[in-house]
Design a protein around this ligand. Structure first.
Ligand code: IVH
Length: 696
């Protein structure tokens, strides 16, 4: 962490480095490092940045420039020293200083009551203080600091030996490269923790994969453990991993008596004070098991509101002396137990596999299973992404399968259970022809996806229109998938422009279309003409161009047609646009049919220019942040969120001091409680929110 005692000083010091570079000496360069460490800590540990990313980048560059001039002044814990080149050898195997044991599990209140009885008996006490904290669902790591410097980071491995992944650990910016353990009289220390991806970063990562037609990562846990083994530290850095540190397994004192490490809560506080992301804010010290059970259950009820996945709570005896006295078995410590939340897994039977044609012609196998409830939702259909997934998971029709649905993650099949087969299972046969237009399917070398390459394939046309009108694209409310399909079948919707030429006189005659629904639909279609340019770019369905890329592209041009004028090189020079994406965009605009489509949309009155609509950054909620919690009664959550964004406001995924407004519906839970404790958050009812939006 940073060294300066005054955070005020660090806050103001940054700007002086940007005005003019001072004469470079040891003191100045170290001061700038400290400024950077301070801002890394605010951003990555506290999630409360004080400066814009660009300003941080400029400070970082200033430091890098100073260090380049004076390589002799570079230190191992300089913020510039996280970066590293690609690794070309395997990760060396290393031994842990103390074996990394697992935890004993409990699944209900009775299990905890039994465990508490055993602890009290072992302790010879009538009541015991426990420290309760989340059980992070990630990949275990161990870190060693010697003389205040991070010297090693390792995976758990088999508990005795793991992989040395120091280079990758250094890419996690909430892990300090140096920490003043010496202030606590500690010379060497091994700490344990968990690396994970927050839900937000996991989603962003999967969105990126989806933009490239790649199957998403199954869950944040797999994503974290996979990320730690990547040979390219740059890529590790881009994944924005988070590290929670929660245990000290071993330490060597520097001769000074160690006063702090008397309780587990004291350990968490020490780690927190040294700049680690320990569960200092989430933990609670509770006397007696009754309160422990309550705390576990409260956390379970609010698990979806947390920014990261947890699969339970860990209850630890708070006194370290008592921990020692209780000792451990060969498998787990007796002084701790995991309280596992209800699994979000279930088994079911795979009955059939259907093959769907996507808007780019990709054929997606979809598993149809006997519907099962998982975490409050009934799951009956699960995407299998491509043929390779079917082979890798060894799936057969009739198999029992293990299904998981973690938090916001889409459900997926974890594995088949071949041991339960009875011989009647049937292989899954991948089609050779398009299930819709019957043309032959193709697969490009190196790709896993089979495609129907007939661009007039009716299935693709319908999917393209469904995508065009969808929420994240042109957002034409009241134009659901079913109506698109129906209108297409009736010949009203042969292509995208026909969305704006629907024969309402004919639709009015159809069953199920009252005057009100027709007015709504036609108003929604009319309004969509004014959508911002990035939505139209996304709506066009250019391969590999997802929402993020569409936004980047929209910022580059003043008119949609300008994109057609960009060369491959120019496209590739745009940030985040690689060779593959660039050539797909280039191909799209080189196609006359697509240029004709764009002309037609312009003639129909759609906005093709950047900055032509009222929803730009200057909207009346500009920079204001919102979060919705509980059930809204008048608006759909998605509608309310769209209203905020339409006026330039931003949505946050969790309660923090960055939040300006929390809009509270019925049955609001932990978010409301948390927000009440942060004075700068305005809490609004749904009615107040509607009024506010109306007044803007
Ligand atoms: S304490 C000696 N605390 O859960 C016991 N473990 O299922 C050290 N885990 O291997 C573990 N959150 O990787 C502890 N707050 C927490 C944890 C936690 C997640 C993991 C850890 C452990 C596994 C056991």
């Amino acid at each position: 962490m940073y060294n300066a005692t005054s955070t005020k000083e660090l806050q103001s010091a940054g700007s002086s480095f940007l005005k003019a570079l001072p004469a470079i000496d040891v003191a100045q360069i170290e001061k700038l490092r400290d400024v950077l460490r301070f801002h890394e800590y605010r951003y990555y540990v506290l999630d409360e940045p004080l400066i814009a990313d660009e300003e941080y980048d400029r400070l970082y560059k200033a430091l890098a420039a100073m260090e380049k001039q004076h390589p002799e002044l570079v230190t191992k814990d300089s913020p510039t020293q996280r970066v590293a080149g690609a690794l070309n050898t395997a990760f060396p195997t290393v031994s842990h200083l103390v074996p990394m044991l697992s935890l004993d599990n409990s699944y209900n209140a009775d299990d905890l009551v039994d465990w508490d009885r055993r602890v009290r008996e072992g302790a010879g006490q009538s009541e015991v203080d426990y420290c309760v904290e989340p059980k992070f669902d990630g990949a275990s790591i161990s870190l060693i600091y010697e003389d205040d410097l991070l010297t090693r980071g390792a995976t758990r491995g088999d508990g005795v030996q793991g992989d040395d992944i120091t280079t990758n650990i250094r890419q996690i910016r909430s892990v300090p490269l140096s920490a003043r353990f010496s202030d606590y009289g500690i010379q060497q220390i091994e700490i344990r923790g968990e690396v994970l991806l927050t839900k937000k970063h996991f989603k962003a990562f999967n969105d990126k994969l989806a933009e490239q037609n790649l199957p998403p990562l199954a869950n944040p846990r797999n994503a974290a453990s996979g990320s730690l083994r990547i040979k390219d530290p740059e890529e590790v850095r881009r994944r924005n991993l988070e590290a929670f540190l929660y245990n000290v397994s071993y330490h060597v004192d520097a001769g000074v008596p160690n006063k702090v490490l008397e309780t587990h809560a004291g350990t968490l506080k020490m780690l927190w004070d040294l700049g680690f992301r320990s569960p200092e804010k989430e933990k609670k010290v509770i006397r007696g098991i009754k309160g422990v059970i309550d705390y576990c259950q409260t956390f379970e009820a609010g698990r979806d509101d947390l920014p990261y996945e947890i699969d339970g709570m860990v209850v630890k005896v708070n006194s370290l002396e008592l921990q020692d006295k209780l000792g451990m078995t060969t498998h787990h410590p007796r002084w701790a137990i995991a309280y596992k939340f209800k699994a979000r897994q279930a088994t079911s039977k795979l009955r059939a596999v259907e093959f769907q044609v996507g808007r780019t012609g990709a054929i997606t196998p979809v598993a149809k299973i006997d519907p099962v409830p998982i975490g409050g939702v009934t799951v009956g259909s699960i995407s299998l992404f491509n043929e390779d997934v079917i082979r890798e998971k060894d799936l057969m029709i009739g198999d029992s399968v293990l299904v998981e649905r973690a938090g916001d993650v889409i459900p997926y099949i974890v594995k088949s259970l071949p041991e339960t087969r009875n011989g009647l299972e049937q292989p899954i046969v991948f089609p050779t022809d398009c299930p819709q237009c019957k043309s032959k399917l193709f697969k490009e070398p190196g790709e896993a996806v089979w495609r129907c390459v007939n661009i007039d394939c009716p299935a693709q046309v319908v999917e393209r229109i469904i995508h065009f009108v969808s929420k994240d694209a042109m957002d034409i409310r009241s134009f659901g998938e079913a109506n698109v399909r129906k209108f297409h079948e009736l010949g009203f919707l042969p292509d995208i422009p026909s969305v704006y030429r629907l024969p309402f006189d004919k639709i009015r005659q159809m069953e199920g279309f009252g005057e009100k629904s027709i007015t709504n639909l036609s108003a929604a279609i009319e309004t969509s003409k004014q959508q911002p340019l990035h939505r139209l770019i996304f709506a066009l369905g250019i391969r590999f161009v997802g929402e993020t890329t569409a936004k980047t592209l929209a910022q580059q041009v003043s008119h949609l047609r300008d994109l057609a004028g960009l060369s491959l090189e120019q496209l590739q020079s745009i940030e985040d646009v690689g060779v593959k994406v660039a050539s797909s965009i280039h191909q799209f605009f080189a196609n006359n049919a697509n240029l004709k489509l764009i002309d037609e949309l312009e003639t129909l009155g759609l906005n093709l220019q950047r900055g032509q609509q009222a929803t730009q950054a200057g909207g009346s909620l500009h920079e204001q942040t919102f979060l919705f919690t509980g059930t809204l009664s008048k608006l759909k959550r998605s509608e309310a969120e769209a209203m905020v964004e339409a006026q330039g406001g931003k949505l946050l995924s969790g309660v923090s001091s960055k939040l300006n407004y929390l809009v509270v519906g019925e049955d609001a839970g932990s978010k409301l409680e948390k927000a009440k404790k942060i004075p700068q958050i305005n809490i609004l009812t749904e009615e107040q929110f509607i009024k506010m939006i109306g007044n803007q």
